[in-house]
Design a binder for this molecule. Structure first.
Ligand code: NAD
Length: 272
């Protein structure tokens, strides 16, 4: 059911790779809620061709941009405001990638060139996007910016590797920009810390099934699906959350504040 929550709003949605992508679900819902937006992803992701389907279904233009490239990001923000006919009311950063995780390099054996890439793609890109938007004055008064994070920023999940450091940086960048943009233009900046989700990025983590199953049993509501993450993002883009900013918001079915559950205990109980 749609509520017209984003009627008349303009935005940029990054990171929709395929139907499983959290950003894909955000785009479909944003469209249903009345928004117009530009879709963006790395040029290499375009080759997979799936984003075209989403663009057609949502009436969106695609502007490719490598989120580590300032020239690309400049063109993305200029292109989006021109295409959409005004400043942006919302931006979704849904970008993450670690060459170390992909290639199985553990935290005590990192390749530092790859580590830099992890931080650049997964965190600094958020700073780059906001700095570009700020310099170009592309954000509307009261706009809302959301980036997706994971609880490995606060707690140790050994197989999440250097992505944990990237998420900690991402969340800090959200706060730092949230302060500045809030003062200047009433812009909100938040990160949403999402449950493990079966997507291309998620499945790239070693032992993801274990991660997923553990979180499922540790969360009173169960793991939050991608579609519900999208609903939460839409609420943050809407005018219903005008005073929420500089927060890392857990969207995790209660995982982050649960100590233990009978389901998890059962794995350790001696049979009587
Ligand atoms: N899947 C999970 O379990 C989970 C949990 C919490 C947070 N997240 C976060 O959600 C976000 C979206 O991931 P997802 O799970 O939807 O997976 P996904 O693989 O569908 O999305 C990741 C996206 O990042 C894009 N990307 C990679 N390098 C890029 C670059 N240089 N420039 C521009 N885009 C680039 C990819 O093309 C892809 O579209 C990520 O930040 C991820 O860390 C995912």
């Amino acid at each position: 059911m749609a509520y017209g929550l984003l009627k008349g709003k303009r935005g940029i949605i990054t990171g929709a790779l395929n139907e499983q992508s959290i950003a894909w679900q955000v785009a479909e819902l944003a469209h249903a809620e009345g928004a117009s937006f530009v879709l963006s992803n790395a040029p290499v992701a375009m080759r997979m061709g799936e984003i075209e389907k989403l663009a057609t279904a949502t009436g969106a233009k695609i502007i490719p941009a490598d989120a580590t490239n300032d020239t690309d990001l400049g063109s993305l923000f200029t292109g989006a405001t021109e295409t959409l006919g005004g400043p942006l009311d919302f931006v979704l950063h849904s970008i993450g990638m670690s060459p170390n995780v992909r290639k199985g390099r553990k935290y005590d054996d990192l390749n530092y060139e790859w580590y830099k890439q992890t931080l650049d793609v997964s965190a600094m890109s958020f700073h780059r996007m906001l700095q570009t938007a700020h310099k170009q004055d592309s954000l509307a008064q009261g706009a809302s910016v959301v980036a997706l994070s994971y609880i490995a920023a606060q707690r140790v999940f050994p197989d999440y590797g250097d992505m944990a450091d990237a998420k900690a940086l991402l969340e800090s960048i959200g706060r730092s920009w949230g302060y500045r943009l809030g003062k200047e233009k009433g812009v909100r900046v938040n990160t949403v810390s999402q449950s493990p989700t079966m997507t291309t990025a998620g499945a790239g983590i070693k032992g993801f099934d274990g991660f997923f199953g553990f979180a499922q049993e540790m969360s009173p509501l169960g793991n939050a699906p991608a579609i519900d993450c999208a609903r939460y993002c839409i609420s943050l883009f809407s005018d219903l959350t005008k005073y929420v900013t500089m927060q890392n918001l857990f969207h995790d079915g209660g995982f982050s504040t649960t100590g233990v559950t009978p389901e998890v205990m059962a794995h350790f109980m001696k049979e009587e």
